[in-house]
Design a protein around this ligand. Structure first.
Ligand code: 6PG
Length: 230
């Protein structure tokens, strides 16, 4: 079995448990690299972490993003802003521990800079992919994770790449499949009944959704849900 599925009664309980596990996971490492996601469930995750974290909880943490919309960092659609407002500023995370994707510098520069930063900080595997300690992924109703969408057949070794997705805003920069495969831990926060079909399809042995591709590329992935798959 390449995943563990944990069921929670609601989104708040899911977020509270993910927050508690994240804080525990950081205790064991002298440097902790984490990639954050966008969407709705991270808002609850960040609030739960900010409420529970001790002042030094993130002293060794470096923050990256699994994907970012190509909008200014001040834009309401920015995944960086989502985290900055609810987590990074709340916990006074020093700027040198926050490695946002510099979308305002243009896609080509932002991709190159994000790749250089993540590879500067994280351990690297034999293929030069960053070995992130933890990657958070939301799940789209179509089975997308990060900004890796169905029908994206690009088979690139790039750590990050720019894509056009069906979920607005369309232009995004995303970690590629190799980096998601290389991470020490990937936690999928699949919240909302609307994700049921996508999760069920992704868990099928012959699943071909973006999440299925991630699951099949890894020995283990944690999945947190707030709905029954039955
Ligand atoms: C993004 C996300 C995306 C998101 C899923 C789930 O930038 O949009 O990274 O992958 O996590 O679409 O979003 P919800 O949690 O809002 O359903």
């Amino acid at each position: 079995m390449n995943h563990t599925l944990s069921r929670f009664p609601n989104a708040e309980a899911l977020a509270a448990e993910a927050a508690a596990r994240w804080l525990r996971a950081m205790d064991q490492r002298d440097q902790f690299t984490v990639a954050l996601s966008g969407g709705r469930i991270p808002k609850l995750l960040y609030a739960a972490v900010a409420a529970e974290a001790s002042p030094k909880a993130f002293a060794n943490a470096h923050f990256f993003w699994g994907d970012e919309r190509v909008v200014p960092p001040t834009d309401e659609e920015s995944n960086f802003k989502l985290a900055a407002v609810r987590l990074l500023l709340a916990l006074k995370i020093p700027e040198d521990q926050v490695h946002r994707i510099l979308t305002e510098r243009g896609e080509a520069f932002a991709v190159q800079h994000a790749e250089a930063e993540i590879c500067r900080i994280a351990d690297l595997d034999d293929d030069g992919q960053p070995i992130l300690d933890l990657v958070f992924l939301g799940l789209g109703e179509d089975g997308h994770v990060a900004s890796l969408f169905p029908g994206d057949t690009v088979d690139s070794p790039s750590v990050y790449r720019a894509v056009t997705g069906p979920k607005p805003p369309p232009r995004r920069i995303t970690l590629g499949y190799p980096a998601l495969a290389a991470a020490r831990a990937v936690w999928v926060l699949a919240s909302g009944e609307g994700k049921k079909d996508a999760l069920r399809a992704s868990l099928a042995p012959d699943g071909d959704t973006p999440l299925a591709r991630v699951l099949q590329s890894r020995t283990h992935t944690e999945i947190f849900t707030d709905f029954d798959l039955a």
